[in-house]
Ligand binder design. Structure first.
Ligand SMILES: C[S@@+](CC[C@H](N)C(=O)[O-])C[C@H]1O[C@@H](n2cnc3c(N)ncnc32)[C@H](O)[C@@H]1O
Length: 193
């Protein structure tokens, strides 16, 4: 079972730390990139906010909230937001952005979530599900924490863009094949381990 803890605490551990999903190490660099990048700041986040529409008073789980840019925007629009992420490093930056009162918890979306049934009106998962090998248990768990008639709003890396980048790098991916994919990112001068 996934290890989970809640913040704030003196010591918060990343859930299931993995060198293959090492957001702790690139937290600051990724956050800086995310603030201004075409993909995040001008494409995905505005699209997700438009999809969410009027969120006044809605209880929203920001699943894989990272350093909290979407959490912040939803809260500004009147939502009651909870953020979870596997990376304690990303959540530390979210804490700095959102303040001591923000409901932020370390949790692995591959495991059981620390919420009762029907706790949320909406679950939003921005650019996170593609990190999970098996979506089945995660989707079941997100369904459990949503109220009846609640909404699940999800974005993932578009498979066509990934295939295009791989072709440009000289690879020959089979578009319809299910496979795991690893990218190495250098963010803020911190290469992956
Ligand atoms: C591409 S970032 C997106 C962050 C944020 N949703 C945004 O759009 O700014 C992916 C985030 O998913 C988190 N993540 C990856 N796998 C996860 C998992 N199994 N459980 C919870 N969070 C995970 C990472 O730590 C990282 O913060």
């Amino acid at each position: 079972m996934a290890r989970m803890s809640t913040m704030p605490e003196d010591h918060v551990e990343t859930a299931n730390p993995s060198p293959l999903n090492d957001y702790d190490r690139i937290a600051e660099g990724y956050t800086a990139e995310n603030e201004t990048s075409l993909l995040n700041a001008y494409y995905e986040r505005p699209a997700m906010l438009e999809l969410a529409g009027d969120v006044t008073g809605r209880r929203i789980l920001d699943a894989g909230c990272g350093s909290g840019p979407l959490f912040s925007a939803l809260r500004d629009r009147g939502a009651i937001v909870t953020g979870i992420d596997a990376s304690a490093g990303m959540l530390e930056l979210a804490r700095q952005r959102l303040g001591a009162d923000a409901d932020l918890r370390v949790a692995d979306l591959a495991g059981q979530l620390p919420f009762p049934d029907g706790a949320f009106d909406d679950v939003i998962g921005s650019l996170v599900l593609h990190y999970l090998e098996d979506w089945g248990p995660t989707l079941a768990e997100l369904r459990r924490v949503l109220k009846s008639g609640g909404r699940l709003l999800v974005s993932v890396d578009h498979p066509f863009s990934i295939a295009l980048f791989q072709h440009m790098a000289g690879e020959k991916p089979k578009y319809f094949e299910t496979r795991s994919r690893t990218e190495e990112w250098t963010m803020g001068g911190r290469p992956p381990r």
